[in-house]
Ligand binder design. Structure first.
Ligand code: AMP
Ligand code: ZN
Length: 136
C-alpha cells in the first residue's frame, strides 16, 4: 500500500532519488539528509505504515533483523564506536515523517550528539501505580 502524499513512500519505491545502502522486496535503507552523525541511515518499509502500531508484525520483526545486520556492517566499515537505534512514534515523540522508519545512528567518541535523556526520579509507590496502569 502506498500513500500518494508520503515522501518516504516515494523514496522507498524509487520515485524520489536517495542514497540507498540496502534494498530488498520489503525495505529500502537510505542515508538521512540531516544526519545526526556520519552514516545516519533510515530503514524504510516499502509498504506505507504511519508508525510502529500500524506496522505488520512480520515487517516489524524483519526490520529489527535488518537493523542488526546493517548496524554491524555500518559500525565495522565506518569504524564507529557504537550505534543507536531510534524510532519515533507521534509528534510528541519527535516523529516528523509519518511513515514508519527506524534510525540507525553510528556513534563516535566525542561526536557531540545527545541522544540519551535526562534521568528523572520516581518512588516505589509511583512505579507500582504505573506498572498497574500499563498492565490495565
Ligand atoms: P523523525 O523525526 O523520526 O520523523 O525522522 C525523520 C528523519 O527523516 C529526519 O532525520 C530527517 O533528516 C529525515 N529526512 C526527511 N526527509 C528526508 C529525505 N528526503 N531524505 C532523507 N532523509 C530525510
Ligand atoms: Zn508512506
Amino acid at each position: 500500500m502506498r500513500d500518494e502524499n508520503c515522501i518516504f513512500c516515494k523514496i522507498a519505491n524509487g520515485e524520489i532519488p536517495s542514497k540507498a545502502i540496502y534494498e530488498d522486496e520489503d525495505f529500502k535503507v537510505i542515508l538521512d539528509l540531516g544526519p545526526a552523525t556520519k552514516g545516519h541511515a533510515l530503514i524504510l518499509p516499502k509498504a506505507h505504515a504511519a508508525n510502529l502500531f500500524e506496522l505488520p508484525e512480520e515487517t516489524a520483526a524483519k526490520a529489527m533483523v535488518l537493523a542488526k545486520k546493517l548496524g554491524k556492517q555500518m559500525t565495522e566499515n565506518l569504524k564507529a564506536d557504537g550505534l543507536n537505534l531510534v524510532q519515533n512514534n507521534g509528534e510528541a515523540a519527535g516523529q516528523t515523517v509519518h511513515h514508519f522508519h527506524l534510525h540507525l545512528i553510528p556513534r563516535y567518541e566525542n561526536d557531540g550528539q545527545h541522544i540519551l535523556w535526562n534521568p528523572g526520579e520516581v518512588s516505589q509507590e509511583e512505579l507500582e501505580e504505573i506498572k498497574n496502569t500499563i498492565i490495565g
